[in-house]
Design a protein around this ligand. Structure first.
Ligand SMILES: CC(=O)Nc1ccn([C@@H]2O[C@H](CO)[C@@H](O)[C@H]2O)c(=O)n1
Length: 109
């Protein structure tokens, strides 16, 4: 089944909403997103919904193959990006690059 939700750490919310972070790198548990589908996005910490994203592509990529170009799309330096990934997924090699575009904001209460 096509996943319809995605979570992000809330420290990335502002960059996503500003269009400064246009990809995410996930492990194999999240490789099932489908290009063209729209997912509801919430914070990992509190489950607060903050936007919808259209999935544009999902591609396997190795940790060692990450470049400045990927980091730029995360609004980070490559060193920062690698540190973040190692903190979330210690020792990981196989990642999945998910690119997305903002579909619109959800109403707040
Ligand atoms: C909350 C949750 O379930 N998982 C993740 C996993 C990753 N990420 C971000 O994706 C990029 C590359 O990994 C970096 O910007 C990460 O911080 C995230 O926000 N949330």
């Amino acid at each position: 089944m096509t996943p319809t939700t995605m979570t992000f750490f809330e420290r990335f919310e502002a960059d996503i909403l500003a269009g400064k972070k246009t990809i995410t790198l996930r492990d194999e548990a999240e490789k099932y997103y489908v290009p063209g589908s729209v997912v509801t996005v919430s914070t990992f910490e509190e489950g607060r919904e903050f936007c919808r994203l259209e999935i544009l592509s999902v591609e396997p990529i190795l940790f060692d193959a990450l470049t400045d170009y990927h980091a730029e799309q995360e609004n980070m330096t490559l060193d920062e990006l690698k540190e973040v990934i190692q903190a979330i997924y210690p020792g990981i090699q196989q990642l999945y690059l998910i690119s997305y575009q903002l579909k619109g904001l959800l109403k707040v209460n």
